[in-house]
Design a protein around this ligand. Sequence first.
Ligand code: 6LW
Length: 553
Amino acid sequence: MILNKIGNIIIVWLFYLGSLSSFGQYITYNNPIIAGFNPDPSVCRVGDDYYLVTSTFEYFPGVPVYHSKDLVNWKMIGHALHRPEQLDLDSVASTAGIYAPTLRYHQGMFYMITTLVTDSKDNKPKGNFIVTATNPEGPWSMPHWINDAPGIDPSLFFDDDGKVYYCGNYTPVKEELLHKSHRNIWVQEIDLKTFQLKGERGILDSKPYFVARTIGSPYAFEAPHLYKKEGLYYLVLAHGGTGMSHAVSIWKSNSPLGPWEENPKNPILTHRGDLILGINATGHADIFQTKEGDWWSVFLAVRSKDENKNVMGRETFLAPLDWSGIWPIYNSEGKIGATAMTHKAPKMFKGEQRNFDFVDNFDDKKLKFDWTMIRTPREVWWAVKSGKLELKLRPDQIENFQQPSFLGIRVPEMKIDAITSLNFTPKKENECAGLAFERGHDEEWTLVKELYKGKMVVSAYYDGKTLLGRQELTTNKTIELKIHLDHFKISFYVKESKSSWILIAKTDASKLGFPPAGRFTGSMVGLYTSSRGKLSKSSATYDHFELKAFANK
Ligand code: 6LW
Protein backbone atom coordinates (compact mmCIF):
# COMPACT_ATOMS: atom_id res chain seq x y z
CA MET A 1 0.00 0.00 0.00
CA ILE A 2 2.68 2.49 1.06
CA LEU A 3 4.87 1.32 -1.86
CA ASN A 4 1.92 1.86 -4.18
CA LYS A 5 1.53 5.45 -2.94
CA ILE A 6 5.23 6.18 -3.40
CA GLY A 7 4.95 4.73 -6.92
CA ASN A 8 2.05 7.08 -7.72
CA ILE A 9 3.89 10.09 -6.36
CA ILE A 10 6.94 9.24 -8.51
CA ILE A 11 4.78 8.86 -11.62
CA VAL A 12 2.96 12.18 -11.07
CA TRP A 13 6.24 13.93 -10.37
CA LEU A 14 7.90 12.53 -13.50
CA PHE A 15 4.94 13.70 -15.61
CA TYR A 16 5.25 17.19 -14.16
CA LEU A 17 8.98 17.26 -14.83
CA GLY A 18 8.20 16.82 -18.52
CA SER A 19 7.10 20.44 -18.67
CA LEU A 20 10.07 21.85 -16.75
CA SER A 21 13.00 23.27 -18.62
CA SER A 22 15.54 21.48 -16.53
CA PHE A 23 15.57 19.53 -13.31
CA GLY A 24 13.31 21.32 -10.83
CA GLN A 25 13.62 24.81 -12.33
CA TYR A 26 10.69 26.46 -14.06
CA ILE A 27 8.03 25.90 -16.72
CA THR A 28 8.92 27.03 -20.23
CA TYR A 29 7.09 27.64 -23.51
CA ASN A 30 8.27 27.45 -27.11
CA ASN A 31 8.25 30.05 -29.87
CA PRO A 32 6.50 30.68 -32.14
CA ILE A 33 3.32 30.90 -30.10
CA ILE A 34 1.30 31.09 -33.35
CA ALA A 35 3.02 29.19 -36.15
CA GLY A 36 2.67 29.84 -39.87
CA PHE A 37 1.99 33.15 -41.65
CA ASN A 38 0.94 35.45 -38.74
CA PRO A 39 2.94 38.70 -38.96
CA ASP A 40 2.52 42.06 -37.20
CA PRO A 41 0.85 40.73 -34.02
CA SER A 42 -1.00 43.09 -31.70
CA VAL A 43 -2.45 42.15 -28.30
CA CYS A 44 -4.98 43.60 -25.89
CA ARG A 45 -6.04 42.33 -22.48
CA VAL A 46 -9.52 42.35 -20.98
CA GLY A 47 -9.36 41.06 -17.41
CA ASP A 48 -7.90 37.56 -17.64
CA ASP A 49 -8.49 37.29 -21.38
CA TYR A 50 -5.98 38.17 -24.07
CA TYR A 51 -6.86 38.86 -27.71
CA LEU A 52 -4.41 39.01 -30.60
CA VAL A 53 -4.68 39.98 -34.28
CA THR A 54 -2.30 39.55 -37.25
CA SER A 55 -2.03 40.78 -40.87
CA THR A 56 -3.70 38.98 -43.78
CA PHE A 57 -2.90 40.92 -47.02
CA GLU A 58 -4.82 39.41 -49.98
CA TYR A 59 -6.45 36.66 -47.91
CA PHE A 60 -10.08 36.52 -46.77
CA PRO A 61 -11.47 36.65 -44.15
CA GLY A 62 -9.16 39.41 -42.96
CA VAL A 63 -7.43 39.81 -39.60
CA PRO A 64 -7.91 36.67 -37.48
CA VAL A 65 -8.78 37.28 -33.83
CA TYR A 66 -7.07 34.84 -31.47
CA HIS A 67 -7.91 34.33 -27.79
CA SER A 68 -5.75 33.05 -24.94
CA LYS A 69 -5.82 32.78 -21.19
CA ASP A 70 -2.17 31.79 -20.76
CA LEU A 71 -0.37 33.76 -23.56
CA VAL A 72 1.07 30.51 -24.97
CA ASN A 73 -1.97 28.68 -26.38
CA TRP A 74 -4.00 30.80 -28.80
CA LYS A 75 -7.29 29.81 -30.44
CA MET A 76 -8.76 31.55 -33.47
CA ILE A 77 -12.24 32.79 -32.45
CA GLY A 78 -13.19 34.75 -35.56
CA HIS A 79 -12.03 37.56 -37.83
CA ALA A 80 -12.39 41.34 -37.63
CA LEU A 81 -13.05 41.54 -41.41
CA HIS A 82 -15.41 38.62 -41.89
CA ARG A 83 -18.03 39.93 -44.35
CA PRO A 84 -17.34 40.68 -48.04
CA GLU A 85 -18.93 44.12 -47.70
CA GLN A 86 -16.28 45.10 -45.10
CA LEU A 87 -13.31 44.23 -47.29
CA ASP A 88 -12.87 44.59 -51.06
CA LEU A 89 -9.86 42.53 -52.11
CA ASP A 90 -10.99 42.04 -55.73
CA SER A 91 -7.91 41.92 -57.99
CA VAL A 92 -5.63 42.94 -55.12
CA ALA A 93 -2.02 41.89 -55.72
CA SER A 94 -0.28 39.43 -53.46
CA THR A 95 1.21 41.20 -50.39
CA ALA A 96 -1.12 44.16 -50.93
CA GLY A 97 -4.46 44.18 -49.09
CA ILE A 98 -4.62 44.30 -45.30
CA TYR A 99 -1.44 45.46 -43.52
CA ALA A 100 -0.52 45.48 -39.84
CA PRO A 101 -3.56 45.75 -37.56
CA THR A 102 -3.61 47.02 -33.96
CA LEU A 103 -6.20 45.77 -31.45
CA ARG A 104 -7.27 47.81 -28.44
CA TYR A 105 -10.12 47.60 -25.88
CA HIS A 106 -11.72 50.55 -24.13
CA GLN A 107 -14.84 50.73 -21.98
CA GLY A 108 -16.66 47.73 -23.42
CA MET A 109 -15.57 48.23 -27.03
CA PHE A 110 -12.89 46.53 -29.15
CA TYR A 111 -11.18 48.67 -31.80
CA MET A 112 -9.20 47.15 -34.67
CA ILE A 113 -7.34 49.69 -36.78
CA THR A 114 -5.50 48.76 -39.98
CA THR A 115 -4.57 49.81 -43.54
CA LEU A 116 -6.02 48.58 -46.83
CA VAL A 117 -3.38 48.86 -49.55
CA THR A 118 -4.65 48.59 -53.14
CA ASP A 119 -3.46 49.83 -56.51
CA SER A 120 -3.23 53.63 -56.28
CA LYS A 121 -5.09 53.96 -59.60
CA ASP A 122 -8.23 51.99 -58.73
CA ASN A 123 -11.35 53.61 -57.28
CA LYS A 124 -11.58 51.41 -54.22
CA PRO A 125 -11.64 52.85 -50.73
CA LYS A 126 -8.13 52.52 -49.34
CA GLY A 127 -5.99 53.75 -46.49
CA ASN A 128 -6.52 53.60 -42.75
CA PHE A 129 -9.75 52.56 -41.07
CA ILE A 130 -11.24 51.30 -37.80
CA VAL A 131 -13.77 48.53 -37.17
CA THR A 132 -15.40 48.05 -33.76
CA ALA A 133 -17.13 45.23 -31.87
CA THR A 134 -18.47 44.66 -28.39
CA ASN A 135 -17.73 40.93 -28.78
CA PRO A 136 -14.31 40.07 -30.27
CA GLU A 137 -15.89 37.02 -31.94
CA GLY A 138 -17.97 39.50 -33.95
CA PRO A 139 -19.96 40.86 -35.55
CA TRP A 140 -17.55 43.69 -36.33
CA SER A 141 -18.74 47.02 -37.76
CA MET A 142 -18.29 48.35 -41.27
CA PRO A 143 -14.99 50.25 -41.76
CA HIS A 144 -14.81 53.83 -40.48
CA TRP A 145 -12.34 55.46 -42.90
CA ILE A 146 -10.04 58.09 -41.41
CA ASN A 147 -9.46 61.17 -43.60
CA ASP A 148 -6.04 62.70 -44.06
CA ALA A 149 -4.22 59.81 -42.34
CA PRO A 150 -1.15 59.02 -44.46
CA GLY A 151 1.09 55.96 -44.19
CA ILE A 152 0.68 52.48 -42.77
CA ASP A 153 0.70 50.69 -39.40
CA PRO A 154 -1.91 52.77 -37.54
CA SER A 155 -2.50 52.26 -33.85
CA LEU A 156 -4.69 53.80 -31.13
CA PHE A 157 -3.79 54.89 -27.63
CA PHE A 158 -6.42 55.62 -24.93
CA ASP A 159 -5.03 58.16 -22.47
CA ASP A 160 -6.31 58.33 -18.89
CA ASP A 161 -7.67 61.87 -19.42
CA GLY A 162 -10.21 60.55 -21.94
CA LYS A 163 -8.25 61.61 -25.04
CA VAL A 164 -7.50 59.09 -27.77
CA TYR A 165 -4.48 59.27 -30.07
CA TYR A 166 -3.82 57.88 -33.53
CA CYS A 167 -0.28 57.03 -34.43
CA GLY A 168 1.17 55.94 -37.76
CA ASN A 169 4.06 56.57 -40.14
CA TYR A 170 4.51 58.78 -43.22
CA THR A 171 6.99 59.41 -46.01
CA PRO A 172 8.70 62.83 -45.88
CA VAL A 173 8.43 65.09 -48.94
CA LYS A 174 10.90 64.36 -51.74
CA GLU A 175 13.33 67.16 -50.80
CA GLU A 176 13.69 65.75 -47.28
CA LEU A 177 14.08 62.09 -48.20
CA LEU A 178 17.39 60.66 -46.91
CA HIS A 179 16.73 57.15 -48.21
CA LYS A 180 14.02 55.58 -50.35
CA SER A 181 12.58 53.97 -47.21
CA HIS A 182 12.92 57.08 -45.03
CA ARG A 183 9.79 57.24 -42.84
CA ASN A 184 8.82 59.36 -39.82
CA ILE A 185 6.17 58.75 -37.15
CA TRP A 186 3.18 61.02 -36.48
CA VAL A 187 0.74 61.16 -33.55
CA GLN A 188 -2.55 63.06 -33.46
CA GLU A 189 -5.72 63.11 -31.39
CA ILE A 190 -8.70 61.26 -32.89
CA ASP A 191 -12.38 61.64 -32.11
CA LEU A 192 -13.90 58.17 -31.90
CA LYS A 193 -17.45 59.50 -32.39
CA THR A 194 -16.64 60.78 -35.87
CA PHE A 195 -13.49 58.65 -36.39
CA GLN A 196 -11.70 61.80 -37.59
CA LEU A 197 -8.40 63.41 -36.53
CA LYS A 198 -8.26 66.70 -34.66
CA GLY A 199 -5.71 69.06 -33.15
CA GLU A 200 -2.04 69.35 -33.97
CA ARG A 201 0.18 66.56 -35.22
CA GLY A 202 3.27 65.49 -33.25
CA ILE A 203 6.19 64.12 -35.24
CA LEU A 204 9.02 61.76 -34.40
CA ASP A 205 11.54 62.64 -37.08
CA SER A 206 13.94 59.84 -37.91
CA LYS A 207 16.53 62.27 -39.33
CA PRO A 208 18.69 62.41 -36.17
CA TYR A 209 18.68 58.64 -36.19
CA PHE A 210 20.01 58.64 -39.75
CA VAL A 211 22.68 61.15 -38.81
CA ALA A 212 23.76 59.35 -35.63
CA ARG A 213 23.85 55.87 -37.11
CA THR A 214 25.66 55.35 -40.32
CA ILE A 215 25.45 51.62 -39.70
CA GLY A 216 22.41 49.78 -38.41
CA SER A 217 18.93 50.25 -39.75
CA PRO A 218 17.61 53.81 -39.44
CA TYR A 219 15.17 53.44 -42.34
CA ALA A 220 11.51 52.34 -42.53
CA PHE A 221 10.25 53.68 -39.19
CA GLU A 222 6.92 51.86 -38.78
CA ALA A 223 4.69 49.90 -36.39
CA PRO A 224 4.46 52.74 -33.83
CA HIS A 225 2.65 51.83 -30.61
CA LEU A 226 2.08 54.32 -27.77
CA TYR A 227 1.98 53.36 -24.08
CA LYS A 228 1.88 55.22 -20.77
CA LYS A 229 3.75 54.11 -17.66
CA GLU A 230 4.17 56.09 -14.45
CA GLY A 231 3.08 59.32 -16.13
CA LEU A 232 5.47 59.03 -19.10
CA TYR A 233 4.55 58.28 -22.70
CA TYR A 234 6.55 55.65 -24.57
CA LEU A 235 6.64 55.18 -28.32
CA VAL A 236 7.76 51.73 -29.45
CA LEU A 237 8.44 51.30 -33.16
CA ALA A 238 10.11 49.03 -35.68
CA HIS A 239 12.73 49.98 -38.25
CA GLY A 240 15.15 48.42 -40.69
CA GLY A 241 12.45 46.84 -42.88
CA THR A 242 10.86 43.51 -42.27
CA GLY A 243 13.96 41.46 -43.23
CA MET A 244 17.31 40.67 -41.68
CA SER A 245 17.86 44.22 -40.30
CA HIS A 246 14.49 44.43 -38.56
CA ALA A 247 14.64 45.93 -35.06
CA VAL A 248 12.49 47.46 -32.30
CA SER A 249 13.38 50.76 -30.60
CA ILE A 250 11.78 53.01 -27.98
CA TRP A 251 11.47 56.74 -27.15
CA LYS A 252 9.86 58.54 -24.20
CA SER A 253 8.18 61.90 -23.66
CA ASN A 254 6.07 63.88 -21.21
CA SER A 255 3.44 64.31 -23.91
CA PRO A 256 1.90 61.95 -26.46
CA LEU A 257 2.81 64.53 -29.12
CA GLY A 258 6.51 64.63 -28.15
CA PRO A 259 9.22 65.89 -28.23
CA TRP A 260 10.71 62.41 -27.97
CA GLU A 261 13.83 61.35 -26.14
CA GLU A 262 15.58 58.28 -27.47
CA ASN A 263 16.62 55.30 -25.38
CA PRO A 264 20.44 55.37 -25.61
CA LYS A 265 20.38 51.58 -25.67
CA ASN A 266 18.22 51.30 -28.83
CA PRO A 267 17.44 48.94 -30.45
CA ILE A 268 15.79 47.02 -27.61
CA LEU A 269 15.15 43.97 -29.80
CA THR A 270 16.95 42.75 -32.91
CA HIS A 271 18.54 39.63 -34.35
CA ARG A 272 20.47 41.63 -36.93
CA GLY A 273 23.54 39.72 -38.03
CA ASP A 274 22.54 36.70 -35.97
CA LEU A 275 21.99 33.54 -37.96
CA ILE A 276 23.04 31.13 -35.24
CA LEU A 277 19.90 31.11 -33.13
CA GLY A 278 17.69 30.24 -36.08
CA ILE A 279 15.49 33.29 -35.49
CA ASN A 280 15.69 36.40 -37.65
CA ALA A 281 13.75 39.47 -38.81
CA THR A 282 12.49 40.15 -35.25
CA GLY A 283 10.43 43.34 -35.19
CA HIS A 284 6.98 44.93 -35.31
CA ALA A 285 6.35 44.59 -31.57
CA ASP A 286 3.40 45.26 -29.29
CA ILE A 287 3.88 45.44 -25.50
CA PHE A 288 1.37 44.63 -22.76
CA GLN A 289 1.06 43.95 -19.06
CA THR A 290 -0.60 40.92 -17.49
CA LYS A 291 -3.18 41.22 -14.74
CA GLU A 292 -0.42 40.05 -12.39
CA GLY A 293 1.73 43.05 -13.44
CA ASP A 294 4.32 41.28 -15.64
CA TRP A 295 5.32 42.81 -18.98
CA TRP A 296 5.45 40.82 -22.21
CA SER A 297 5.87 41.54 -25.88
CA VAL A 298 4.58 39.91 -29.04
CA PHE A 299 6.40 40.58 -32.31
CA LEU A 300 7.06 38.94 -35.65
CA ALA A 301 10.06 36.74 -36.41
CA VAL A 302 11.19 34.28 -39.07
CA ARG A 303 12.48 30.86 -38.13
CA SER A 304 15.59 30.31 -40.22
CA LYS A 305 19.33 29.99 -39.97
CA ASP A 306 19.68 31.42 -43.44
CA GLU A 307 17.76 34.40 -44.75
CA ASN A 308 16.54 32.50 -47.79
CA LYS A 309 15.30 29.44 -46.02
CA ASN A 310 11.81 29.70 -44.66
CA VAL A 311 8.48 28.43 -45.94
CA MET A 312 6.13 29.63 -43.21
CA GLY A 313 6.79 33.36 -43.50
CA ARG A 314 6.68 35.72 -40.55
CA GLU A 315 5.21 34.18 -37.39
CA THR A 316 4.09 35.42 -33.96
CA PHE A 317 6.65 35.22 -31.14
CA LEU A 318 6.40 36.07 -27.44
CA ALA A 319 9.23 37.30 -25.19
CA PRO A 320 9.40 38.45 -21.56
CA LEU A 321 10.16 42.10 -20.83
CA ASP A 322 11.75 43.54 -17.73
CA TRP A 323 10.27 47.01 -17.33
CA SER A 324 11.34 47.66 -13.76
CA GLY A 325 13.64 50.53 -14.83
CA ILE A 326 12.93 53.46 -17.13
CA TRP A 327 13.41 51.51 -20.35
CA PRO A 328 12.05 48.00 -21.00
CA ILE A 329 14.57 45.21 -21.55
CA TYR A 330 13.83 42.21 -23.74
CA ASN A 331 14.86 38.83 -22.37
CA SER A 332 16.73 40.20 -19.37
CA GLU A 333 17.39 36.68 -18.06
CA GLY A 334 18.86 35.47 -21.34
CA LYS A 335 20.56 37.18 -24.26
CA ILE A 336 19.47 40.80 -23.71
CA GLY A 337 17.80 42.44 -26.69
CA ALA A 338 17.04 39.10 -28.30
CA THR A 339 14.47 36.35 -28.11
CA ALA A 340 14.82 32.59 -27.96
CA MET A 341 12.97 29.47 -29.06
CA THR A 342 12.28 28.73 -25.37
CA HIS A 343 11.58 31.18 -22.57
CA LYS A 344 10.45 30.96 -18.96
CA ALA A 345 6.66 30.83 -19.19
CA PRO A 346 4.07 33.38 -18.10
CA LYS A 347 2.62 32.58 -14.66
CA MET A 348 -0.75 31.57 -16.12
CA PHE A 349 0.76 28.85 -18.33
CA LYS A 350 0.38 25.38 -16.86
CA GLY A 351 2.88 23.55 -19.05
CA GLU A 352 0.95 22.06 -21.99
CA GLN A 353 1.54 23.82 -25.27
CA ARG A 354 -0.61 22.93 -28.29
CA ASN A 355 0.96 21.61 -31.46
CA PHE A 356 0.02 22.98 -34.86
CA ASP A 357 -1.61 19.91 -36.42
CA PHE A 358 -5.00 20.58 -38.00
CA VAL A 359 -7.80 18.09 -38.73
CA ASP A 360 -11.25 18.72 -40.20
CA ASN A 361 -13.83 15.97 -40.70
CA PHE A 362 -16.37 18.63 -41.70
CA ASP A 363 -18.68 17.71 -38.84
CA ASP A 364 -19.38 21.37 -37.94
CA LYS A 365 -22.26 23.21 -39.59
CA LYS A 366 -19.97 25.98 -40.81
CA LEU A 367 -16.44 26.21 -42.13
CA LYS A 368 -13.87 26.29 -39.34
CA PHE A 369 -12.25 29.72 -38.89
CA ASP A 370 -8.81 28.36 -39.89
CA TRP A 371 -9.81 28.04 -43.59
CA THR A 372 -8.62 30.96 -45.67
CA MET A 373 -9.53 32.08 -49.18
CA ILE A 374 -7.62 34.22 -51.66
CA ARG A 375 -9.37 37.60 -52.16
CA THR A 376 -13.01 38.41 -51.39
CA PRO A 377 -15.55 35.74 -52.37
CA ARG A 378 -18.43 37.16 -54.43
CA GLU A 379 -20.56 34.01 -54.29
CA VAL A 380 -20.76 31.09 -51.85
CA TRP A 381 -18.91 28.25 -53.59
CA TRP A 382 -18.41 26.04 -50.54
CA ALA A 383 -20.89 24.06 -48.38
CA VAL A 384 -20.36 21.94 -45.28
CA LYS A 385 -23.02 19.27 -44.94
CA SER A 386 -23.36 15.84 -43.35
CA GLY A 387 -19.67 15.44 -42.61
CA LYS A 388 -18.54 16.54 -46.09
CA LEU A 389 -17.24 19.69 -47.68
CA GLU A 390 -18.53 20.46 -51.15
CA LEU A 391 -16.60 22.83 -53.42
CA LYS A 392 -18.07 24.13 -56.67
CA LEU A 393 -15.85 24.11 -59.73
CA ARG A 394 -15.46 27.66 -61.04
CA PRO A 395 -13.45 29.13 -63.92
CA ASP A 396 -11.01 30.95 -61.55
CA GLN A 397 -7.54 29.40 -61.22
CA ILE A 398 -5.09 29.63 -58.35
CA GLU A 399 -2.21 30.75 -60.56
CA ASN A 400 -4.18 33.77 -61.85
CA PHE A 401 -5.12 37.03 -60.10
CA GLN A 402 -8.58 35.66 -59.35
CA GLN A 403 -10.71 34.28 -56.53
CA PRO A 404 -10.29 30.52 -56.97
CA SER A 405 -12.24 27.80 -55.14
CA PHE A 406 -9.34 27.34 -52.73
CA LEU A 407 -9.52 26.87 -48.97
CA GLY A 408 -6.07 27.03 -47.39
CA ILE A 409 -4.51 26.39 -44.01
CA ARG A 410 -1.33 28.21 -42.93
CA VAL A 411 1.73 25.94 -43.21
CA PRO A 412 3.16 25.80 -39.66
CA GLU A 413 6.46 23.92 -40.14
CA MET A 414 9.18 23.21 -42.70
CA LYS A 415 8.03 19.59 -42.74
CA ILE A 416 4.35 18.76 -43.18
CA ASP A 417 1.90 16.27 -44.66
CA ALA A 418 -1.40 17.55 -46.07
CA ILE A 419 -3.84 14.71 -46.73
CA THR A 420 -7.39 14.67 -48.01
CA SER A 421 -9.97 12.20 -49.26
CA LEU A 422 -11.76 13.23 -52.43
CA ASN A 423 -14.93 12.18 -54.29
CA PHE A 424 -15.03 13.68 -57.74
CA THR A 425 -16.06 12.70 -61.23
CA PRO A 426 -14.59 15.06 -63.84
CA LYS A 427 -16.92 15.34 -66.83
CA LYS A 428 -14.65 17.35 -69.12
CA GLU A 429 -10.89 17.77 -69.46
CA ASN A 430 -11.01 21.31 -68.05
CA GLU A 431 -12.47 20.11 -64.72
CA CYS A 432 -10.16 19.33 -61.81
CA ALA A 433 -10.26 18.93 -58.02
CA GLY A 434 -7.73 18.08 -55.34
CA LEU A 435 -5.10 19.86 -53.26
CA ALA A 436 -3.02 23.00 -53.76
CA PHE A 437 0.07 24.42 -52.09
CA GLU A 438 0.83 28.11 -52.64
CA ARG A 439 2.85 31.06 -51.49
CA GLY A 440 1.91 34.52 -52.67
CA HIS A 441 1.26 34.90 -56.34
CA ASP A 442 4.36 33.23 -57.69
CA GLU A 443 4.47 29.70 -56.34
CA GLU A 444 1.58 27.28 -56.87
CA TRP A 445 1.57 23.51 -56.98
CA THR A 446 -1.63 21.55 -57.59
CA LEU A 447 -2.39 17.85 -57.21
CA VAL A 448 -5.68 17.20 -58.96
CA LYS A 449 -7.94 14.50 -60.27
CA GLU A 450 -8.85 15.16 -63.92
CA LEU A 451 -9.78 13.55 -67.24
CA TYR A 452 -6.89 13.00 -69.63
CA LYS A 453 -7.51 11.42 -73.03
CA GLY A 454 -10.74 9.95 -71.66
CA LYS A 455 -9.07 8.38 -68.61
CA MET A 456 -9.32 9.31 -64.92
CA VAL A 457 -5.91 10.43 -63.71
CA VAL A 458 -4.27 12.35 -60.89
CA SER A 459 -1.77 14.97 -62.08
CA ALA A 460 0.72 17.18 -60.28
CA TYR A 461 1.36 20.64 -61.77
CA TYR A 462 3.56 23.62 -61.06
CA ASP A 463 2.00 26.97 -61.95
CA GLY A 464 -1.07 25.21 -63.38
CA LYS A 465 0.75 24.43 -66.61
CA THR A 466 3.98 22.52 -66.01
CA LEU A 467 3.11 18.85 -65.60
CA LEU A 468 5.32 17.20 -62.97
CA GLY A 469 3.79 13.71 -63.01
CA ARG A 470 0.59 11.78 -63.68
CA GLN A 471 -0.96 8.56 -62.40
CA GLU A 472 -3.86 6.71 -64.03
CA LEU A 473 -6.59 5.58 -61.63
CA THR A 474 -8.03 2.06 -61.71
CA THR A 475 -11.51 3.02 -60.43
CA ASN A 476 -13.63 6.15 -59.90
CA LYS A 477 -13.96 5.58 -56.14
CA THR A 478 -12.84 7.83 -53.28
CA ILE A 479 -9.12 8.58 -53.46
CA GLU A 480 -6.70 10.02 -50.98
CA LEU A 481 -4.24 12.72 -51.99
CA LYS A 482 -1.15 13.80 -50.12
CA ILE A 483 1.30 16.70 -50.47
CA HIS A 484 4.45 16.20 -48.45
CA LEU A 485 6.82 19.11 -47.87
CA ASP A 486 10.24 18.47 -46.40
CA HIS A 487 12.09 21.78 -46.28
CA PHE A 488 12.50 22.62 -49.96
CA LYS A 489 11.43 19.33 -51.48
CA ILE A 490 7.76 18.88 -52.29
CA SER A 491 6.21 15.49 -53.24
CA PHE A 492 2.79 14.46 -54.46
CA TYR A 493 1.05 11.15 -53.73
CA VAL A 494 -2.21 9.35 -54.49
CA LYS A 495 -3.78 6.33 -52.83
CA GLU A 496 -6.70 4.27 -54.11
CA SER A 497 -8.65 2.18 -51.59
CA LYS A 498 -6.55 -0.64 -50.14
CA SER A 499 -3.45 0.25 -52.14
CA SER A 500 -0.50 2.09 -50.63
CA TRP A 501 0.66 5.62 -51.42
CA ILE A 502 1.98 6.04 -54.97
CA LEU A 503 4.52 8.81 -55.52
CA ILE A 504 3.49 10.89 -58.57
CA ALA A 505 6.22 13.54 -58.49
CA LYS A 506 8.89 15.03 -56.30
CA THR A 507 10.40 18.41 -57.05
CA ASP A 508 12.50 21.26 -55.79
CA ALA A 509 10.56 23.98 -53.97
CA SER A 510 13.39 26.29 -52.98
CA LYS A 511 11.63 29.30 -54.54
CA LEU A 512 9.30 29.15 -51.53
CA GLY A 513 12.14 30.57 -49.48
CA PHE A 514 12.47 34.11 -50.79
CA PRO A 515 13.90 36.53 -48.24
CA PRO A 516 11.09 37.51 -45.92
CA ALA A 517 11.44 41.19 -46.84
CA GLY A 518 10.32 40.40 -50.35
CA ARG A 519 7.36 38.40 -49.22
CA PHE A 520 4.92 39.60 -46.58
CA THR A 521 2.83 36.44 -46.61
CA GLY A 522 3.56 32.74 -45.97
CA SER A 523 2.67 29.36 -47.44
CA MET A 524 -0.82 27.87 -47.48
CA VAL A 525 -1.93 24.34 -48.30
CA GLY A 526 -5.51 23.20 -48.83
CA LEU A 527 -8.39 22.15 -51.03
CA TYR A 528 -8.77 23.35 -54.59
CA THR A 529 -11.16 22.89 -57.50
CA SER A 530 -11.34 24.62 -60.86
CA SER A 531 -13.01 24.37 -64.26
CA ARG A 532 -10.01 26.23 -65.71
CA GLY A 533 -11.50 29.20 -67.50
CA LYS A 534 -14.82 27.59 -68.50
CA LEU A 535 -18.21 27.49 -66.79
CA SER A 536 -19.11 24.25 -65.04
CA LYS A 537 -21.94 22.82 -62.98
CA SER A 538 -19.71 20.20 -61.32
CA SER A 539 -18.57 20.05 -57.73
CA ALA A 540 -16.22 17.90 -55.67
CA THR A 541 -16.67 16.61 -52.13
CA TYR A 542 -14.07 16.03 -49.45
CA ASP A 543 -14.60 13.81 -46.37
CA HIS A 544 -11.51 14.78 -44.49
CA PHE A 545 -8.49 17.08 -44.46
CA GLU A 546 -5.51 16.76 -42.21
CA LEU A 547 -2.31 18.77 -41.86
CA LYS A 548 0.40 17.01 -39.85
CA ALA A 549 3.23 19.25 -38.72
CA PHE A 550 6.59 17.66 -37.93
CA ALA A 551 8.07 20.16 -35.49
CA ASN A 552 11.85 20.76 -35.57
CA LYS A 553 12.49 18.03 -38.13
C1 6LW B 1 3.91 46.12 -42.02
C2 6LW B 1 5.14 46.66 -41.47
C3 6LW B 1 5.94 45.46 -41.54
O1 6LW B 1 2.93 47.02 -42.32
O2 6LW B 1 5.67 44.84 -42.70
O3 6LW B 1 7.34 44.06 -40.51
C4 6LW B 1 4.49 45.40 -43.21
N1 6LW B 1 6.60 45.06 -40.57
O4 6LW B 1 5.06 47.15 -40.19
C5 6LW B 1 3.62 44.34 -43.72
O5 6LW B 1 3.48 43.31 -42.77
